[in-house]
Write a protein that binds this ligand. Sequence first.
Ligand code: ATR
Length: 282
Amino acid sequence: MSSPRYAVIGHPVSHSLSPLIHARFGKQAGIALEYGAIDAPRENFDAALAAFAAEGGVGANVTLPHKQRAAGICGHLTERARRAGVVNTLVRTATGWDGDNTDGVGLVRDLTSRHGQDLRGRKVLLLGAGGAAQGVAPALLDAGIADLFIVNRTDTRSDALADALGEPRRVHPRYFNDLGAIGSFDLIINATSIARTSRGELVLPGSLIAPRCDVVDLGYGEAAIPFLSWARASGADHVIDGLGMLVEQAAESFLVWHGVRPDGDAVYDELRARESSMATAG
Ligand code: ATR
């Protein structure tokens, strides 16, 4: 009998580390599984998912640009997926798919457990209002941050995200053009896709960085370099890329599918070592 099939669906997806991470987790837990990558442009998501289901797919991770659409096709959403409004984890049911979102838990676990951060009482700037930002915002609020300022290139989206979060005392949408006059922050999180999709760079004022400010980019590898370089040059205390979050959201998806929470540290260390050896080689 063949192993149960899982996959990550996105575009682009060829460089995704999720197949490797889930293979390692399966080995660690003694669970046989197949986990592949399905490249599907925006308009092909439904067809790609239907083909995957027809081939016996039982679970999928969903990444850019499909997280919102994925929420729309689900029969049932977990509470955290409903609050986020976007889905990164699909579970096959008798009639279709159920949806969950593990991005927020993954980020908070990485920041608190791996990087020893205390999120309580912090003044946070979230850059972006797309699928990644929507996924992490509720978990940041649950972790006890004091204020969440949301800034996005398209301000209707930051307004919509702030409205959806339903906490007007703690959540404040602001205009991109006002970043120079918005004050400084303890924690800044880049949840835009600019470096991944257009190899572009955000141009931001250094005045955003408060003393002891920590800066996070939800991307990893080359995509995280420009933003984290800006943060370092502007005096950030710690800079953190999205590799740990990637591993922890995968661990949480693994728990959803298999009922076992794998330990992310070994695979995190392996991926970090691979990254360093590639940088040395390159
Ligand atoms: P993801 O799932 O990674 O969040 P997404 O839902 O497509 O992907 O959202 C991408 C985010 O990056 C959005 O906040 C987007 O801003 P817009 O809502 O204005 O499109 C942001 N983004 C992408 N390219 C950008 C750029 N060149 N400058 C600023 N923000 C950008």
